[in-house]
Design a protein around this ligand. Sequence first.
Ligand SMILES: [Zn+2]
Length: 309
Amino acid sequence: MSLSRRDFLTSSAALAAIGAVSRRDLIAAWQGQPQAAAAVFTPIRRNVGFFTMRGGTIGYMINAGGVAVVDSQFPAEATACLNGLKERAGGQTVDVLLNSHHHGDHSGGNISFRGATKKVVAHAKAAEHMKNPPGAQPPADQLFPDATFTDSWTADLGDERIRAKHYGVAHTSGDAVITFERANIAHMGDLMFNQRHPVVDRAAGASLRNWMRVLDATVKDHANDTIYIFGHANANLPVTGSAADLTKFRDYIGAVLQFVEAQHKAGKSKEEILAMNAPLAGFEGFGQFGATGAREIRTCAYEEITTGR
Ligand SMILES: [Zn+2]
């Protein structure tokens, strides 16, 4: 029986934390991980939907004026996604592929879009990190972004307006929220882990404190009834949701920072803090707090608290 992706993330985070394997090995193992996941297209509203198979959730839009895709999972999954999009789009090619950030489970499939998309768009930092991922091996061959932005990027496609916006450093230093304005749907990439301990890429410029601000700014910048697509979700939880889910995740990050700070002030060492297993009060749905997946966020919290940045 193969590991679920969640178990894999959980056990791999534990291995990384004890220094048993490098981040690069983890990513390689994760990418090669066998998993019998089905390709599923789920329409949301007004020509926008999401695709799930393996890796971060892909967003898509198909209308009479064009096709847009957000993120690309891994090569085989991207090919499955492209084939399904071609069927649904009646032969239209992809006008734009956007990457929410550089991580391999969101951009590794870009290569499958070579010759199949007119354009690849990402934040300048995401594009830089795709070519030279901090703590990981550069990809041997990849379709890199050919259009980058530092603040925002907007384009009209048929009757839809697509906006990619960077709200500041958070999960990495190059995250973008991609909004389909008329459909009122926003793809969050890994700015959103639905009730699940997140990956926090401090080597690539992540900041927990600023991540909270980014979530607040995103909610303020969108309508009350915007539907958000999440990069990942805990087992049996949806990969779409509302502003309330973003706020809950922001509060969880704040609670982790508070918890780690209180333990540090009480004289606990980093290893002692990381060894505490009880789920965080009020955030039990995120799961056991100490054992595995929560080590990375607490390590990052500890470093932010002790270094002041
Ligand atoms: Zn990520």
